[in-house]
Design a protein around this ligand. Structure first.
Ligand SMILES: Cc1ncc(COP(=O)(O)O)c(C=O)c1O
Length: 343
């Protein structure tokens, strides 16, 4: 039995068109600004996001890190959600590499509160670190792909600006968020100083993320990338797939969202499983399995034996993520297997 892999959108494989584009891409030494394919991708990304410039990096984590390094000086304070990817999953690079001081904030399933943010920004006291940056994340990974509405995004940016803070958006899945909000991704880029989005994940590239911002910001980020060993040579092999992704893989993310909803509704009907349908907005489904009375590891093993691979969110949750390798038959089959595994 072929397993159905619903662990993540990071599991996607490159498309045939990407392999073809990689084979044909004109290449050069990108560290000397001589790779035409990288330059094409970076101009496309800047144009799509309505920013002056863009920088290709290896990963989302690297994109966030070089952005933080470009925004702050050692000891500066960064305000961010305590459940954000930067705070939770990036090995402490915010402090350990960029030298910045995190000020973790509570959020309601990834949604920061503008009044709470306002109260958390400390000013005018030499005992405190200098508040420098607000980080946002959209869609929000740990809350199960929740979308921060554009209006809330704008309110949070306005509070940050009022206090002289820059804003960085971890938009690893910003195209998913934009589709859900029914706007172009550039609307989310408008009010922020930097935005990172991933070419991997739902867009299916084998690797690569892009940071966008003003020209002077991208110059600093480029320097930071070089400093941490992220300068690349014939990086057009990465950019070529990225160009295909930007040209042809964005609109289809809507299919992943539709499949996630069908999956969520089906999972909710299985005894012992609970899904907050309201929070299923993009391509992720967080499932609470407390009602099965099974230990987390035992449940993960049952699902795996039944040919359904999911991510573990202990102690009581598992996460299903849809991607381009799933169609409606795959979702139906996954539901049959989960039901059988838990009955
Ligand atoms: C919201 C978010 N930001 C950043 C990243 C990091 O991306 P990468 O795995 O390419 O380093 C991820 C990865 O899943 C993510 O979900």
């Amino acid at each position: 039995m072929e397993p159905i892999n619903l662990r993540s959108d990071t599991q996607t494989l490159p498309t045939e068109q990407m392999f073809e584009a990689i084979k044909r891409a004109p290449l050069g030494d990108d560290t000397a600004d001589e790779d035409p394919t990288v330059q094409k991708l970076e101009s496309m990304a800047a144009e799509i996001m309505g920013k002056e410039a863009a920088l290709l990096v290896i990963s989302g984590t690297m994109g966030n890190l070089v952005s933080l390094m470009a925004h702050g000086h050692a000891g500066d304070e960064v305000l961010l959600d305590r459940e954000s990817h930067i705070f939770y999953y990036e090995c402490g690079s915010l402090a350990g590499v960029a030298g910045l001081m995190p000020m973790p904030l509570d959020s309601e399933k990834g949604m920061l509160d503008p009044d709470h943010l306002q109260g958390a920004i400390r000013h005018g006291n030499m005992h405190h670190p200098v508040p420098r940056l607000l980080c946002l994340e959209n869609t929000h990974n740990r809350s199960g792909g929740r979308v921060m509405p554009l209006e809330l995004h704008r309110s949070l940016c306005a509070v940050a600006k009022e206090h002289g803070l820059a804003v960085h958006l971890d938009g690893a899945r910003i195209f998913n968020a934009a589709i859900c909000e029914g706007v172009e991704a550039r609307f989310f880029a408008q009010d922020v100083d930097s935005l990172m989005f991933c070419l991997s994940k739902g867009l299916s590239c084998p690797l690569g993320s892009v940071v966008v911002g003003s020209r002077s910001f991208i110059e600093k980020a480029d320097w930071a990338r070089k400093r941490i060993g992220g300068g690349m040579r014939q990086a057009g092999v990465i950019a070529a797939a990225g160009i295909v992704a930007l040209e042809s893989m964005i609109d289809r993310l809507e299919d992943d969202h539709r499949h996630a909803r069908v999956l969520a509704e089906g999972l909710l009907e299985i005894p012992g499983l609970d899904v907050d349908l309201e929070s299923v907005e993009s391509n992720m489904v967080l499932v609470d399995h407390s009602g099965t009375d099974m230990a987390h590891e035992a449940l993960m093993e049952r699902l795996s034996k039944a040919g359904v691979l999911v991510s573990s969110r202990p102690p009581h949750h598992v996460r299903f993520v849809t991607n381009r390798h799933h169609d409606s038959d795959t979702i139906t089959e996954a539901l049959i297997r989960v039901k059988a595994a838990l009955s």
